[in-house]
Design a protein. Sequence first.
Lengths: 216, 148
Amino acid sequence: MHKVGEQCCFDGLADRPGGAFLGVGFQAMRDPDEELVRRVGAGDKRAASELVRRHLPRMVGLARRMLGDAAEAEDVAQEVFLRVWKHAAAWKPGQAKFETWMHRVGMNLCLDRLRRSGRHGGEVSPETPDVLASATKALDDRQRRDRVRDALQKLPERQRAALVLCYYQERTNIEAAEILGVSVDALESLLSRARRTLKSALSAERADLMSGIETS
Amino acid sequence: MNEARFMELLSAYGAELSRWPEDDRTQAEALLEVAPHRIKDIWESERAFDHLLALEKDAPASIALETRVLAVSPDRRTARSRRAAFARQWRMPQWATGGAIAASLALGFAAGYAGEPSSTDTEYAKMLTLTGAGAGSVFLTAMNDPEN
């Protein structure tokens, strides 16, 4: 079984659309990108534009949440699309979903960068007392968002990857487990730990939000 | 689904049921309907936390990035040359094709002779030598030589 840590380099077919990784439930699904990718492979610029509109924001989001840097996230998203352009003509439908493949490529690029730069995320213990817990002033959504962003960046790499794929990239548990090369059970364990850690790190925001709900 | 499994899934996926494993969603809904207040309170608290996490949304990609990405997307001419390059990858050079045919023939003869019931090991080794099977057959001949 692959671990996230072993996926930093691309291995043959897994790096190509329709390549070696298969989810149990993928084969029966109709890939919504199939026709578009075929047209991109034939050199249709309008199809390329549609594919970019559909997936570029999500690829930037994935990379930004993993790397915590907007410029670096754009580089990764661009690199993902360079690979799409390169392999679109050889795309074989009916194996892995195209979007899942893109996520795998994007996630691997992010993990490579994190390893090369020695950033693995903080090992924040859920028991760590939160310095923000004493903050009493009400927070607006923008401040809360920034705190969530910071807390995400402090998560250990594997927990962050699991959470980003399931919560923000809207991958199913099976797809996310495939992308990370772990079992669904292991994915659920990563998600639980990530959520626990975040709850601790965001306890002030959480209390603030709950009081807002109770008083409204 | 029992309460323990429900809590396990809630702690992993949160209160947004569309994130839960598909097979568990209906049972979770049924369990939640008849659940005691204690469970419903936990559910509400998880739902509020989901709301907090959802504040971290995707911003639209910048126009500059979109332009850069699209500028290098394949047009009809580059797509044709890429397809041709892909086809070339799988085409064997002539010498390799010839070699493969010769090797297939040799193996075919070898397999045919090997199936002969009257063949002894020594004859089989000689046959391999005759069909040009190379160093392996010389080794086999030597091994079967009664004087060795």
